[in-house]
Ligand binder design. Structure first.
Ligand code: XMP
Length: 510
């Protein structure tokens, strides 16, 4: 079992970032709710250190989240960040009060205790990031100050007798210049992490775990063409071979030739995959439907039916595998730390079919999934794909959907995406695609008047799809794509470029 650093989540917005940073150091980290810590099982679980996160609460609130510090401190090295530090100061007999003014933003280290291992190679004057409304005004006995800023006396403290530290600032945010060094000092210098977490080590241990858990059982997995389900499939295939059956459903609203190309790529990877062309059924059920949410519901329901029908044909399936990744699981850790949102699993299929869930990527961040995919030998074009919505082009055709409209949009979209790839711009944007607008406009081609469709091009930059800006693609590039679409795609005589950011617009048009 990997050595691990546990991050106890007290509900801070930056908890995930702490996990991220520790992983960046090549150390396996797990975020768990503050009230789920396995006291006394550190050795069994290979926990080499614990980080207590921040929290939106104050330690002196009635509702403040508490843990049994006496059981924790001294068992493994502990680093408290912000609320985590205040919790230790307050619970062990120090004092925490509302700060005279809330302290947000950059600050500089004004003093550091020489020889403090947490601050090794960190110098006075380096920038750190503060974000707190409370401040520690007295340390408990048995603790002493190891760093301060101009405004915060106890910017960091340490126990005199145990491997325990607290920092008032946030080493996990990029603005803390010495943040990575501080986290390295804690995890490597103090906890003794060996930094052996790598895609290869993940593959090795996960394949062994999957073999042990699944035994001779059969597993079914729904492929979408996206990176998460593809990586999950290849990993499982490596563990249990043909006992994994993958189902790839074509709802008819995938991209140009996507079903054929991706199916062929899956077969090249040695996957046992069933491709199901169910497009007729989807088109028929979507006929005349214009409301975006209804489109989504119909596609979701049909998808489940098709998947269910195919999966039921395989004898003795015990597990449903999914490409769920870490942010899907922890984004919604509720503030009480007890409920985790139900994943986007295939619409309740596990219960209906009496299947158990297998989610081999559930502890990975997106970029780690990509790194694992590369280490598994999955071709780059499957790894670096832009996100694509489950309902596909159905939410990029405004109004009702017909096979003819899909065919027009597929061609326009293909010219745009191929153009991005050929110009080296594909990886500079987060997501891109074409939208078929429900308007026709007048044009002239040769000597003839035309009255045809308009297509909008959308390309955005983003880091998480929560906010996005329109990509500032070069005019020459846009001119070339517009020209090619109008010349080659029958039925389109006008191309527009969407220059709206999110918010207030969204990435998709529906
Ligand atoms: P919006 O349009 O909300 O999109 O800015 C944010 C991200 O979510 C994707 N998206 C979807 N993905 N099913 C999906 O699987 C959907 O119904 C859906 N709607 C939007 C969108 O492509 C973007 O990446």
């Amino acid at each position: 079992m990997h050595q691990k650093i546990v991050i106890l989540d007290f509900g801070s917005q930056t908890t995930q970032l702490i996990g991220r940073r520790v992983r960046e150091l090549g150390i396996y980290s797990e975020i768990i709710p503050y009230n789920k810590y396995p006291f006394g099982k550190e050795k069994e679980e290979n926990i080499i250190g614990v980080i207590l996160s921040g929290s939106p609460l104050s330690v002196y609130d009635n509702k403040a989240f508490k843990i049994d510090l006496k059981k924790l401190l001294g068992s493994v090295p502990v680093l408290g960040i912000c609320y985590g530090a205040q919790l230790m100061a307050y619970e062990l007999g120090g004092n925490v009060e509302p700060a005279p003014s809330r302290e947000y933003g950059r600050a500089r280290l004004a003093s550091i205790e020489a020889e403090c291992p947490l601050f090794a190679d960190i110098k006075v004057g380096e920038q750190i990031w503060m974000s707190h409304g409370d401040t520690i005004t007295a340390l408990p006995s048995g603790f002493h100050k190891v760093a301060s800023t101009a405004d915060v006396n106890f910017a960091a403290f340490q126990s005199d007798s145990m491997p325990v530290w607290g920092v008032q600032f946030h080493p996990e945010v990029y603005h803390s210049e010495c943040g990575m060094q501080l986290l390295r000092n804690f995890t490597v210098g103090i906890c003794g992490a060996d930094c052996s977490w790598s895609p290869e080590s993940f593959i090795e241990t996960t394949v062994a775990d999957l073999r042990a858990t699944l035994g001779d059982d059969k597993v079914v997995l729904g492929l979408s063409g996206g990176v998460d389900s593809s990586v999950a499939a290849v990993l499982l295939n490596r563990a249990i071979g043909d006992r994994l059956t993958c189902i790839f459903v074509d709802h008819g609203m995938l991209r140009y030739h996507e079903f054929e190309d991706v199916l062929a790529a899956y077969k090249d990877l040695g996957l046992n995959v069933i491709g199901v062309d169910a497009s007729k059924r989807f088109f028929s059920d979507l006929s005349g439907v214009t409301d975006p949410e209804r489109k989504r519901k119909i596609i979701g329901a049909d998808f489940i039916k098709v998947f269910d029908e195919e999966a039921s044909k395989i004898d003795g399936v015990r597990w449903l595998a999914q490409g769920t990744i870490y942010p899907d699981c922890i984004e919604s850790l509720s503030i009480t730390g007890t409920t985790i949102k139900s994943h986007h699993n295939v619409g309740g299929l596990p219960e209906r079919m009496n299947l158990r869930l297998c989610e081999p990527l559930r502890l990975l961040f997106k970029d780690e999934v990509r790194a694992v995919g590369r280490a598994l030998g999955i071709p780059e074009h499957l790894i670096d794909r832009h996100p694509f919505p489950g309902p596909g082009l159905a939410v990029r055709i405004l109004g009702d959907i017909t096979p003819e409209k899909v065919a027009i949009l597929q061609r326009a979209d293909h010219i745009f995406i191929k153009g991005l790839r050929d110009s080296g711009l594909y990886n500079k944007v987060w997501q891109a695609g074409a939208i078929l607008l429900p308007v026709q406009s007048v044009g002239v081609m040769g000597d003839e008047r035309t009255y045809e469709n308009a297509v909008a091009l959308r390309a955005v930059t983003s880091t998480d799809a929560m906010t996005a800006d329109w990509a500032h693609l070069p005019y020459e590039f846009l001119a070339g794509v517009s020209n090619e679409i109008i010349n080659k795609v029958r039925g389109v005589n006008r191309v527009c470029y969407d220059i709206s950011s999110k918010p207030p617009a969204t990435i998709e048009w529906e």
